[in-house]
Design a protein around this ligand. Structure first.
Ligand code: ZN
Length: 152
């Protein structure tokens, strides 16, 4: 076995994946597509409003409370851009999804998968909480039954 194990790929040490550069690229790309189609801009240029919003998003991202293990921003449960800017950000991200799928299919699908991953993690979390609540309810019902039996 030892002889063969030489040829097996070495296991990589576990490392935190830094998703921020990839997400920044994705968001920038989405903003470009959105702004070009909705605000009559072209090339590397964005309109002043989109530029400002993008700048805010990029800055806030660097200060994300989740650090490099952060979930993707348009799925975050504590978006940090402020109510109005978050709304605008979501609108841009959502409205461009179909167009993004056409112009950058792989990036969009990867983003979609990432957001499904976040949904799944949230679902698992919620399930754990629900199970705990159910277990508690069951336990208290059993206790009530026991009490009834004793009273008889
Ligand atoms: Zn714009």
């Amino acid at each position: 076995m030892a002889f063969f194990s030489k040829f097996l790929p070495k296991r990589k040490p576990a490392e935190f994946k830094n998703n921020i550069p990839k997400e920044k690229k994705n968001i920038k790309q989405t903003f470009m597509v959105y702004c070009h189609n909705n605000h009559d801009t072209s090339g590397d240029k964005l309109c002043p409003k989109c530029t400002a919003l993008l700048a805010t998003v990029m800055t806030k991202m660097n200060r994300c409370p989740y650090g490099i293990t952060k979930p993707i921003c348009d799925r975050c449960d504590r978006p940090c851009f402020g109510a109005e800017q978050t709304q605008e950000f979501m609108r841009i991200m959502n409205s461009s999804q179909t167009r993004m799928l056409l112009s950058h299919p792989i990036m969009t699908i990867k983003h979609k998968l990432a957001s499904m991953g976040v949904d799944y993690a949230k679902y698992q979390q919620q399930k754990k909480i629900d199970d705990k609540v159910k277990a508690k309810e069951k336990a208290s019902k059993e206790r009530a039954k026991e009490r009834k039996k004793k009273n008889k």
